[in-house]
Design a protein around this ligand. Sequence first.
Ligand code: NAD
Ligand code: LMR
Ligand code: MG
Length: 613
Amino acid sequence: MLNLMKICSAMSKRLVSLRSFTTCEGHRPSLVHKRSLDILHDPWFNKGTAFSMTERDRLDLRGLLPPNVMSSQQQIERFMADLKRLEVQARDGPSDPNALAKWRILNRLHDRNETMYYKVLIDKIEEYAPIVYTPTVGLVCQNYSGLFRRPRGMYFSAADCGEMMSMVYNWPSDQVDMIVVTDGSRILGLGDLGVQGIGIAIGKLDLYVAAAGINPQRVLPVMIDVGTNNEKLLKDPLYLGLQQHRLDGEEYLVVVDEFMESVFTRWPNAIVQFEDFQSKWAFKLLQRYRNTYRMFNDDVQGTAGVAIAGLLGAVRAQGRPMIDFPKMKIVVAGAGSAGIGVLNAARKTMARMLGNTEVAFESARSQFWVVDAHGLITEARESIDADARPFARKVNEVSRQGLKEGASLAEVVRQVKPDVLLGLSAVGGLFSKEVLEALKDSTSTRPAIFPMSNPTANAECTPKEAFSIVGDNIIFGSGSPFPDVDLGNGRIGHCNQANNMFLFPGIGLGTLLSGSRMVSDGMLQAAAERLAAYMTDEEVANGVIYPSISRIRDITKEVAVAVVKEAIEEDLAEGYRDMDARELKKLDQEEITNFVKNNMWSPEYPTLIYKND
Ligand SMILES: NC(=O)c1ccc[n+]([C@@H]2O[C@H](COP(=O)([O-])OP(=O)(O)OC[C@H]3O[C@@H](n4cnc5c(N)ncnc54)[C@H](O)[C@@H]3O)[C@@H](O)[C@H]2O)c1
Ligand SMILES: O=C(O)C[C@H](O)C(=O)O
Ligand SMILES: [Mg+2]
């Protein structure tokens, strides 16, 4: 008896200690209010052939499944065998001929069994991120009307004005942590895809689950359908969205304002990521909401951070000290939401390094040359976009360099001999042979080339073109994934993926767990700096300036830790669940890391228990 009491007391102590250290969500039993087929049709609870016999009895599933109980590993193997079989049968998609077929199969798995879907995605992230995310997600959006099967996410249209506050209650989940919203007006470099742009919100949230461990029951993809200016879609009888031209001006703002008010009324702790809004609205909406709501714009702010990390990586790769960054000459092709976001952030970073004075900020401006669809932007241009104006070059300054208003990209590269050539233009092949030849005269020992536009066909150049024309000793980073280049003699030209996927999941997770009411500039800067410092000196010397996608869960955790720390330091952190602001402030670096790790969802089947109420 005494022994039994000792064992019980030891066990209860162990339970208490387990409770205080293990908050991993996957291990808790889940209460389920359904039985039978309702469970099998519910992707949140469905385990398919992995339901144990006792669970099948308890949940009235016996006879509804083949008798053999499979382990989750066996399920994955069966699924993988099917997926691989298809690779030799199907033919569609551009860079990967089977890409769309793979997406279809993965999407069906997503509909049937969320846990298994995310297990596949996490275990094989390198292979399937390019399918559920960039570049295939672009193809999916283009073909969405044909691919649409089961709805996923919410659609708010201009026709719903006045109704949104009640509509948000149609979503089945009382808790929503992450919302990704688009209006479909600039999907990757593919232009206005209208309602079909929902695919981009779904793809981004897939990475939120896979990389940041946001619970898939608490994500919400959203499409705000205010019409489309894509004439082809407007004429297509099968188009799923509103067949009208886009609302603009006040009419547009009324819709987005109502959406924001409605989602934050129901889910005050949610974070809203704006994605793929045309530049014209991207900046305006960011300014309009960023001090009131927990939101950020991924294309403006996420991209800026990823580019800063890449630019600092390029300085390191040249063997120069970081303080040399403000001396870099940078040519940017593209002055849209992404290009201007990068320019603003790079200028601020340079100014900070130079002492953060007004003089430093002013002088940093002269490190950039911006080329858009009309060529080099100078003050001589008749109408300059307000967001691009701070980067318009002075006429006398550029004339000393042999350049003038509207000079071509090749001329600019030839005259400036930049350290970095960065593309966010959405124009495939813009870094032509002529442009890359001109870059051979760069004054840098190791010029950096960043064709960041997506998807693959919109990349300004391929790594093969860059390495073969400019030379082996370059740094290369593209928005879409490309294979490394064989340089011969066992040497590899490394192709980095310079994509905002290395930041947005960590920014979202860090904001959520800190409970910060806003996403501050400091939090974004901390995220970028963490990414910049992530690679070792040896990796950087080998031209590896971003992690491989197989490490995305780790870098995301690290970025989230940096964001939480910064939110605490700025006194913005209000806490998350049991961890209130005061507790949060007491945590050291290791404890913050554990806090983040323990709150990341993993795809493991919980034991299900029936509860009737
Ligand atoms: N890698 C990433 O993480 C990442 C992040 C955000 C955006 N992007 C990509 O960047 C691209 C642009 O996005 P955006 O939101 O800024 O688009 P946008 O339409 O707002 O801007 C495009 C810009 O490119 C300019 N441009 C067009 N033709 C040009 C030419 N021939 N030469 C030079 N400039 C030219 C336009 O004038 C405009 O300033 C897209 O392809 C998008 O997928 C990549
Ligand atoms: O979606 C991506 O792959 C990156 C970026 O947000 C883009 O718009 O291209
Ligand atoms: Mg985007």
